[in-house]
Design a binder for this molecule. Structure first.
Ligand code: ZN
Ligand code: ZN
Length: 204
């Protein structure tokens, strides 16, 4: 499968950055979007550069109801089914969603055959979410998305990163993780760290 980041706080080359996150999942037979970033213009611009056919997106999972994840919903084709937490019925065999209720409702999407976990802002706590997914699906191949670690000390982040080392082979923290926390993950994960930004394509 391919993961294509369409929207992120960081961007490379000709792509545009914005505060938010959106990642396209190209599975063998299906294309799914996870979150939509904060605005239609940036999402549409980056998607055009990547030649994304939005009519092919069957589902758009929204991690949680914050503007930096819902702001680009207006870009979607009317053919795409938008799925907020607790709305997913399990109709895509490779995809599961796990919902956390506190402090706000937030869902993580799991691509089961590829062992990939996607997170929006991780408001329920990235370690808590990763632990729950690990309990159910075993060791992951990749965790990607926003970890919401702004304001955490380097030591706290380093301890969390060491816990996550056991839960996943690869890690791609971005969006609201924060630049200094992302650096800590890079140090702890070494070659298993993937830098993520708008325009990035990861093949798993
Ligand atoms: Zn966010
Ligand atoms: Zn949020």
């Amino acid at each position: 499968m391919k993961l294509i980041t369409l929207y992120d706080n960081q961007a490379r080359e000709k792509f545009k950055a914005g505060w938010g996150f959106s990642c396209l999942l190209k599975l063998e037979e299906q294309t799914i979007l996870f979150d939509t970033g904060a605005d239609v213009e940036t999402l549409a611009y980056n998607a055009r550069l990547l030649e994304i056919d939005k009519d092919k997106i069957s589902h758009c999972f929204i991690s949680h109801d914050h503007y930096d994840h819902t702001g680009g919903i207006g870009w979607l084709s009317p053919k795409t089914k938008v799925v907020f937490p607790n709305q997913y019925k399990g109709e895509i065999s490779q995809i599961d969603a796990m919902v956390f209720d506190l402090p706000i409702k937030e869902q993580t999407v799991i691509v089961k055959p590829n062992k990939v976990m996607l997170v929006g802002c991780s408001h329920p706590g990235i370690v808590r979410m990763a632990n729950a997914v690990y309990e159910k699906y075993g060791k992951l191949k990749l965790i990607i998305g926003g970890f919401h670690l702004l304001g955490k000390s380097e030591r706290e982040v380093s301890e969390m990163a060491k816990v996550l080392l056991e839960k996943t082979e690869l890690i791609a923290p971005c969006h609201c993780t924060g630049e200094s926390a992302i650096k800590v993950f890079e140090e702890v994960f070494g070659k298993r760290f993937i830098e993520n930004y708008a325009g990035k394509i990861i093949e798993i």
